[in-house]
Design a binder for this molecule. Structure first.
Ligand code: CP
Length: 309
């Protein structure tokens, strides 16, 4: 069945069936890789450009590995040394140049909300995948989070997901809220009042200011970094004080449900939102999320570039 989306901006125009299709294909790819990887679907002859205007480790590298697993060519466009940065070339001309050289998919990260949509309007043939636009959306992170949780719990129907920390600045929180709710989960948020969006009720979530209580009541404890680089003011009194109220320590986690898991999109700040013992502990799925990022992104490339799944 043909994939009905041309570009990936966010999950708001996705159905639950769309998400389930990605989960099924990711699971299939994981099975093939566990068997030695010989029968992996192929996108040989296609080319991906990583177009990152903001820093990244996980997302950029995992797209590169995923594309190479499928036999694709990969270009890591370097923002700082590009003709856009140094010689005044416009974004539109840069995109047309890359497209003329045969690029099939542009994976874009930018601090500019709406950059993926703008780029999709300028491109004539190539697909656009949003790898994070400002504080707006990070749909591939949400899909790998959902895949990781789905593998652990089997079904996400009725599961309670706590997203805690700097919700206001978090594109991950916004995409995760949309995605987990589409899968039938309940989402609650926690964090300091200044880090909670004023319109949080419109997102269909409940706000629980008592972090320890929220941890006790949840199946998935999803922690977020304080994005100091996006705050114009000191958002928290100190890392230490933040940790006392909203950091997940071993002591806080001791009160959690037996089945509860800890997740984080990374990068983690040890001793702030998460204690080292929790990050490295047996409830942590953080490195599994990273591993699954490669698989989910491979599935997405296959679907968006016309693979038959
Ligand atoms: N989670 C995430 O997007 O990590 P990077 O910023 O390292 O890509």
């Amino acid at each position: 069945m043909e994939w009905r989306h041309r570009h990936l901006f966010d999950l708001d125009d996705w159905t639950r069936e769309d998400i389930e299709r990605v989960l099924a294909l990711t699971s299939e790819i994981e099975g093939i890789l566990n068997d030695g990887g010989k029968a992996l679907p192929s996108l040989k002859g296609k080319t991906l450009v990583n177009f990152f205007l903001e820093s990244s480790t996980r997302t950029r590298v995992s797209f590169e590995i995923a594309a190479k697993l499928l036999g694709m060519g990969v270009i890591n466009w370097a923002a700082a040394s590009s003709s856009m940065a140094v010689k005044g070339e416009s974004l539109k001309d840069t995109l047309w140049t890359l497209e003329s050289m045969g690029v099939d998919v542009v994976v874009v990260r930018s601090s500019w909300v709406g950059a993926p949509q703008y780029m999709a309007r300028k491109l004539r043939r190539a697909r656009v995948i949003n790898a994070g636009d400002g504080t707006h959306a990070h749909p591939t992170q949400a899909l790998l989070d959902i895949y990781t949780a789905w593998k652990r719990f089997g079904s996400l129907e009725g599961k309670r997901v706590l997203i805690a920390g700097d919700i206001l600045q978090s594109r991950v929180a916004r995409s995760d809220i949309i995605g987990f709710k589409k899968m039938g989960s309940e989402v609650i948020i926690s964090g300091p009042g200044n880090m909670v969006p004023l319109n949080y009720k419109a997102l269909g979530v409940r706000y629980e200011p008592d972090f320890a209580k929220a941890v006790r009541e949840s199946d998935i404890i999803y922690l977020l970094r304080v994005q100091k680089e996006r705050w114009q003011v000191n958002a928290i009194p100190s890392d230490y004080e933040y940790h006392l109220s909203f950091g997940c320590s071993e002591e806080t986690l001791r009160e959690a449900r037996g089945c509860a898991v800890v997740m984080h999109p990374g990068p983690i700040n040890r001793g702030v939102e998460i204690a080292s013992e929790v990050a490295d502990g047996d409830k942590s799925l953080i490195l599994e999320q990273v591993r699954n990022g490669v698989l989910v992104r491979a599935a997405l490339l296959y679907l968006y570039l016309g693979g038959d799944a």
